[in-house]
Design a protein around this ligand. Structure first.
Ligand code: PLP
Length: 417
């Protein structure tokens, strides 16, 4: 198997295993396609998917704003050289220190998630003599039919001002009374890994209706609308996401239609994909360490990473395609349970992965579409050093994240004597 013109075997020989390999051409092409699918719309990369300096630099150079959701992600964006005006700051519980950092840097937009935060911003703004330009995060009451851990738009969610309970209207009315908070827009993200465009269309309709209602109630026309991210991607052969172009077209048409029907001016739109930009461009390469045959039951194949570098199978029952990457094989396919090396039975890479029946110790396996919510959720469970990451393209490889060492793993421990 090759990526970016380089053999996976050579990459592992140079950079070690496990390894995240990012195909730069794929990442750029995908980002461009997204930007082109939404003409005139600001596309913000939801950096929580993989908030690493090089990835932020690449998507920013392709025209994206950068979404952050913590001081750590904001600091990463600063190190990446992202213009501060291009940063959008999210989070349902931003701390006082995080909001002060945003104020001092002059972050472009703050997405306000709660009444407590509105009041916190008002106080910080008056102390620092600044006015925050904010979007109010609305919980629009849309059930996106995705895994319950990645649904965010339904009423019983920890995020945002719940529309059906009247909290969105209350928040807007309250914000209008504040001197250091300037509501320039509204925001709604309904969830992640969503297939089809109907939930996105419904979100657009609900949000335009809300803006029209606010105008009627207060005589204030809000000019910006962020419709979130969440487009599903192809993790396995069974996943059939819509094309980016179709998604863009349906959402833009829905907004236009809704604006026409409410006689509301077309707002400056924004969207904020994470997974759809970075996940498909990346594979994780592992080395097979043991093969355990249980006749009549199954065969376990253990690799040198697992839930510490990809928690998704354990957390969401997520599936990724797995392929033999280090050699060709004519052997008939067999179903292997590919597992990690951690002390948990739930430490799964892929259940019943169809792989050549002659799979052996030392083979390299490539796991597809691991660029989102893997490295960003990685841990040192069992004190495994986290893998490195390389960017490949045109036959060149560049390290973008250094592999951790054993000393890194104990670096924060303080010995008693
Ligand atoms: C507010 C917000 N915007 C955007 C995203 C990105 O979602 P996705 O990576 O599915 O596009 C998320 C993901 O959790 C989010 O919480």
């Amino acid at each position: 198997m090759t990526l970016g013109g380089l053999a996976i075997t050579d990459l592992v020989a140079e950079f070690g295993s496990p390894l995240w390999v990012v195909d730069e051409h794929d990442l750029r092409t995908r980002t461009r396609a997204y930007v082109e699918a939404f003409p005139g719309v600001r596309v913000a990369y939801a950096s929580k998917a993989w908030p690493t300096v090089a990835v932020m630099q690449i998507v920013s150079s392709e025209g994206c704003l950068i979404d952050v959701a913590s001081a750590g992600e904001l600091h990463t964006a600063m190190v990446a050289g992202i213009p501060v005006a291009d940063i959008v700051f999210h989070g349902n519980n931003k701390s006082e220190a995080e909001l002060r950092m945003a104020a001092e840097l002059g972050v472009g937009r703050i997405v306000v998630d709660s009444f407590d935060e509105l009041d916190r911003l008002e106080r910080i703004g008056s102390e620092l003599a600044c006015v925050f330009d904010v979007w109010l995060r609305i919980t629009p009451g849309i059930d996106a039919h995705t895994h319950e851990y990645v649904r965010t738009g339904h009423d019983d969610a920890k995020f945002g001002f719940t529309l059906s309970l009247g909290l969105a209207d209350k928040a807007f009315a309250h914000a209008l009374e504040l001197s250091n908070v300037n509501v320039v827009g509204a925001h709604a993200h309904i969830g992640s890994q969503i297939f089809g465009t109907d939930p996105f269309v419904a979100n657009a309709e609900v949000m335009v209706e809300l803006l029209a209602r606010w105008r009627e109630a207060h005589g204030v026309t809000i000019g910006e609308l962020n419709l979130g991210g969440g487009m599903g991607i192809r993790y396995t052969h069974e996943d059939h996401p819509v094309a980016i172009a179709r998604y863009g077209k349906d959402v833009l048409e829905a907004v236009r239609r809704a604006c026409e029907s409410h006689d509301f001016p077309m707002p400056q739109l924004a969207v904020e994909p994470g997974r759809a930009l970075i996940a498909p461009s990346t594979v994780t390469v592992y080395t097979v360490g043991t093969v355990k045959k249980l006749p009549g039951i199954r065969t376990y194949v253990s690799v040198d990473g697992g839930m510490s570098d990809n928690i998704r199978p354990a957390l969401y029952d997520a599936e990724h395609e797995v392929a033999l990457a280090s050699r060709e094989s004519d052997a008939e396919l067999a179903a292997y349970t590919v597992v990690g090396k951690h002390c948990e039975s739930g430490d799964l890479v892929r259940e019943r992965a169809p792989l050549p029946g002659d799979l052996a110790v030392g083979d390299l396996l490539a796991v597809a579409a691991t660029g989102a919510y893997t490295a960003s959720m990685a841990s040192n469970y069992n004190r495994l050093p986290r893998p490195g990451a390389v960017l490949v393209g045109d036959g060149r490889a560049r390290a973008i994240v250094r592999r951790e060492t054993l000393d890194d793993v104990v670096a924060r421990d303080i010995a008693l004597h």
